[in-house]
Ligand binder design. Structure first.
Ligand code: HAM
Length: 416
């Protein structure tokens, strides 16, 4: 990632941090690699991520006698955040509103919007039920924050797809119905689906094989299996979203590709992205902490694919103005002018101007070329006479206009 691109990334991250701050989220930084078991137990053995996409290695330790440990580059960060919640007893803090920005790794076939090292901006709300972690208000707050964030970045034309994947109990009945429905047709499906039909039938909905889609279309949907509590929770989320004017569409095929989800599940998609059109995804994971050996700690979160977010932003106007070019280039003239130029640069930089400092060995023509090349607005010439007079030649590189400006007025003049 090179400088013109990193400027856009930094812009995105600064807006994101501002928005997270307004919603009282705080940053958590988890390790880049964790024990393989964490992801197997958290994300689920039968998911594409765990069964096909993890970068895993056996760390043998220093001494030959030491027992090896299987480690994995994190493919996602929810499992790591929940591990940290358990390890550091974060329930003492009540409701935790955490966010992270960082690289994730999945061994997928690279294409536009899909990389093996990609970046996620994510957030998790997790805590004991007594701290309100299960409330539909939390789901709606998170989704409203995402709508605000995309709006603030100038990303238009997104769609929020919403579903409830039910509680573990709802899912037992659903999985049973799926197994039954799949039994007579599974032999016509791809190898993965044949396996999933037996081990984890919900994952059949992750299938991308075109020939399997007509069969998948006929399968029962989770929406028909939601219990009273799940339905009420989901209705409440929708009601708040309507009251805060966040538009959404219901999609009862949306089950998300990770096993930990319960109840609310969602994705934001964007038309301009092509095949990999999910900018972000997330949902509730009310049983994840317990699955990882922790106490009951309902939670909900999301992760934005930052690479995709930047891609959808590149077309929008806000991205074009994020690169800050130098306000002025300082050109010292002749021998011994470097210290004077350095002094001036220091003064101007302390007044929050972006200054590039030239070198006395440059002839004036070369200084002009250098200043133009980096896109500086002005060139400031520092010669012996100027230093004596405390007044400097300042030339606007776009208009060619040159004026003599007193030292004390330089910053203001440049900023105009
Ligand atoms: P996920 O849907 O696997 O969810 O990933 C979230 C987002 O990361 C996707 O919507 C996509 O934008 C981006 N992404 C995923 N894989 C790639 C890739 N290979 N290249 C580029 N971008 C990619 C999760 O990871 C969950 N941990 C989200 C979550 C947080 N759920 C609850 N809390």
């Amino acid at each position: 990632m090179l400088p013109s691109e990193t400027a856009v990334w930094n812009f995105v991250e600064s807006v994101v941090r501002d928005v997270f701050r307004a919603y009282n989220f705080q940053e958590i930084r988890t390790p880049i690699f964790e024990s393989t078991e964490l992801f197997a137990r958290g994300v689920g053995e039968e998911t594409d991520i765990v069964s096909k996409e993890m970068f895993t290695w056996e760390d043998r330790g220093r001494a030959a006698s030491e027992k090896g440990q299987s480690l994995t580059l994190r493919p996602e960060n929810t499992a790591g955040a929940v591990r940290a919640y358990i390890e550091h007893k974060l329930w003492d803090r009540g409701l935790n509103k955490l966010y992270y920005i960082g690289p994730q790794f999945r061994r997928e076939r690279p294409q536009k919007g899909r990389y093996r090292q990609f970046y996620q901006i994510g957030a998790e709300v997790i805590g004991p039920t007594s701290a309100g972690s299960e409330s539909p208000a939390r789901d709606a707050e998170l989704l409203e924050m995402l709508a605000t964030l995309l709006d603030r970045l100038g990303i238009t034309g997104w769609t929020l797809e919403l579903n409830s994947v039910g509680t573990a109990t709802d899912r037992t009945a659903f999985n049973e119905a799926l197994r039954k429905a799949l039994d007579p047709v599974k032999d016509k499906m791809c190898g993965d689906c044949q396996r999933r039909a037996v081990t984890n039938p919900l994952r059949v909905f992750d299938c991308k094989v075109p020939e399997d889609q007509p069969i998948i279309e006929t399968l029962p949907r989770i929406s028909q299996f939601l219990g009273e509590d799940s339905r009420k929770h989901f209705d409440a989320v929708q009601e708040i979203l309507k009251s805060v004017d966040v538009p959404f569409t219901l999609n009862d095929r949306l089950v998300r590709g990770l096993d930990y989800y319960t109840r609310t599940a969602f994705e934001f998609t964007h038309g301009a992205l092509g095949a990999q059109n999910a900018i972000l995804g997330g949902g509730r994971y009310d049983g994840l902490s317990e699955a990882l050996g922790g106490p009951a700690a309902p939670g909900i979160g999301f992760a934005i694919g930052e690479d995709r977010l930047v891609m959808s932003l590149q077309e929008s106007a806000s991205a074009k103005n994020v690169v800050r070019t130098p306000d002025t280039y300082i050109a010292p003239l002749g021998s011994g002018m470097n210290s004077e130029a350095a002094k001036l640069a220091r003064e101007l930089r302390h007044q929050d101007l972006v200054v590039e400092l030239g070198d006395e060995t440059f002839r004036l023509k070369k200084s002009f070329e250098a200043a133009t090349k980096i896109g500086a607005k002005y060139i400031l010439i520092v010669g012996e006479n100027e230093v004596k007079a405390e007044s400097f030649a300042l030339k606007n590189l776009a208009t060619g206009e040159q004026v003599s400006v007193a030292r004390g007025e330089l910053a203001q003049r440049i900023r105009e």
